[in-house]
Design a protein around this ligand. Structure first.
Ligand code: ATP
Length: 512
């Protein structure tokens, strides 16, 4: 099997070569952790967004949409806690002048120890075969016990240092003799907090300009509009407000392609509930969101929940849906029970009431909130990386195929005239003119038809429709299926139904 690193490199280069993702402003050598979505990427991204929007807004009569501005009154971020607490702990290496996230240095070090334990476990599994009892081995093998207890001890000391005293994190780095990964130097500064928000200014003259932030999350735009939406939409608790849009974070360790970006897009939904009912809804949304992911058919084994033990100051329950990315299981989506923290904070800072009158209980209250928050770019990476496959065919040749869930595929069908004359291009264009009202379709007449098939496979196009001389006689074409490579002869008049049946959001979302 190919190494994880190679798989990931392949994902990045395929995304560029086939027009999905380019580095931002590449002519100037790019901008770190900022990316542009190209002609195919923008379609895939739009389809993921629509798949989310449809399941959230269109399918739920008590959830409505919103598109709040990126720029917000700066007090928003004071109230939300971002000005004071949206920090990463930074450490500089005095020799190399390189800057790192102190917690990441420690986590990476701990992970190496964990990997040693995992290697022992895998070796034992190979040795004992079916008779292997992992639980017993992990509990009794001296080396594994030592590695795992060291691993856990480091993480728990890190967690404590992060909340109590950053000097303890520095001490931990020194004690573990963690070196600069690039130069090996162990000459570190103290650990300092660094705010992740990007600042900017509103207004023309230097004295009157107001300091603003680019929003680091979309959620606050929903909170400050809570009462506007509730009143104008006559919404009754429980109800939700959904929003997709850009967020900005000045991430220090920005790596892993579009997994951690400085400008990214979130898809968030805040669900407002009666105080005391938040746990019921928290569990409801955990399950619903996992089912949404599973409906895409990328494999149940690629998802897992990670329940948070240490909670953010505003939460009384939180879990991540983690996905098996090419570099391991990492957060894809967060589900948080945020209590009434945000609405209460905005009441306090604005001096306005943000309460709901519940006609059934005949009382006013600040609703509790359950949030679901998924990164659109991370979702893109999850779908794209898992779909990219190398297949060995029966004749021993290989093909690269992007087995995207067809509902998300940028192009649903490519129409290919077998040759460039005898009226075949004209018929092809007529087919396209008919299909393009319902689907994104492409035309390709260049190269031998086999090569054109391979190109569409690499782009993830579910169907290739080939027009040949028989088409002129009987109005039939061959339709080739991307995943099976099976070809059927069908009537032109049947094409729309065949494609619709395979790619319609309804059919996919019904699997939820
Ligand atoms: P992480 O721990 O990975 O930094 P987070 O816990 O800070 O993520 P949240 O604030 O809960 O993330 O944001 C919700 C979602 O937004 C995440 O689950 C992720 O999918 C996405 N997201 C957060 N930060 C980034 C980023 N820098 N680039 C791309 N997506 C991001």
């Amino acid at each position: 099997m190919a190494k994880q690193e190679d798989i990931f490199k392949n994902v990045v280069s395929h995304a560029k070569e086939y027009g999905f993702i380019f580095p931002s402003s590449e002519v100037y050598d790019g901008l770190s952790a900022v990316y542009d979505y190209a002609q195919n990427g923008v379609e895939l991204k739009k389809n993921i967004r629509e798949y989310w929007w449809k399941s959230m807004v269109q399918m739920n009569e008590n959830i409505v949409g919103l598109d709040a501005a990126i720029l917000m009154h700066p007090t928003t971020w004071k109230a939300s806690g971002h000005v004071d607490a949206f920090n990463d702990p930074l450490i500089d290496n005095k020799d190399s002048k390189k800057r790192y996230r102190a917690d990441v240095l420690v986590e990476d070090h701990a992970e190496k120890i964990n990997q040693k334990a995992q290697k022992e476990i895998e070796k034992a599994r190979a040795r004992f075969g079916d008779a292997f009892n992992e639980e017993e081995f992990v509990a009794t093998n001296a080396r594994v016990v030592e590695y795992l207890s060291k691993y856990k001890e480091i993480l728990s000391r890190l967690a404590k240092g992060m909340t109590d005293d950053l000097q303890d994190v520095k001490a931990l780095i020194e004690e573990l003799e963690i070196a600069d990964p690039e130069t090996g130097s162990r000459n570190w500064t103290d650990v300092k907090q660094f705010n992740l928000m990007f600042g900017t200014k509103l207004g023309a003259s230097a004295d009157s300009a107001m300091d603003l932030y680019l929003r680091p999350e979309t959620a606050q735009g929903i909170f400050v509009n809570f009462l506007n939406v509730q009143k104008s939409g006559r919404m009754k608790v429980p109800f939700g407000i959904a929003q997709t849009g850009k967020a900005f974070r000045n991430e220090i360790v920005a790596r892993q392609f579009i997994f951690r970006m400085r400008e990214f897009e979130q898809m968030e939904m805040q669900f407002f509930v009666r105080p005391g009912e938040e746990m019921k809804w928290y569990h409801h949304w955990k399950e619903t969101r996992l089912n949404w992911h599973l409906s895409l058919g990328l494999g149940k084994e690629n998802y897992r929940f990670h329940d948070h033990e240490k909670l953010a100051h505003y939460a009384n329950a939180a879990a991540d849906i983690e996905f098996n990315f090419p570099f391991g299981f990492k957060e894809l989506e967060g589900i948080h029970s945020r209590t009434d923290f945000d609405l209460k904070a905005h009441e306090q800072y604005s001096g306005r009431k943000l309460q709901y009158f519940d006609p059934e209980l005949n009382e006013n209250y600040v609703p509790y909130v359950v949030e679901t928050s998924v990164g659109l770019d991370r979702m893109f990476l999850a779908v794209f990386a898992t779909s990219l496959q190398e297949e060995t065919l029966e004749d021993g040749s290989t093909r690269t195929v992007l087995k995207l869930p067809s509902v998300l595929a940028p192009t649903k069908a490519a129409v290919l005239p077998l040759i460039k004359r005898d009226g075949l291009p004209e018929i092809s264009k007529k087919i396209i003119d008919d299909l393009k009202w319902d689907f994104t379709v492409a035309y390709d007449e260049k190269d031998a038809v086999g090569r054109r098939y391979r190109r569409q496979d690499a782009l993830g196009t579910p169907f290739c429709i080939t027009v040949d001389h028989q088409t002129i006689e009987d109005q039939t074409v061959t339709i080739r299926h991307r995943d099976t490579m099976k070809q059927d002869r069908v009537k032109i008049s049947e094409l729309k139904d065949i494609i619709e049946n395979e790619v319609s959001m309804k059919n996919w979302l019904m699997k939820m």
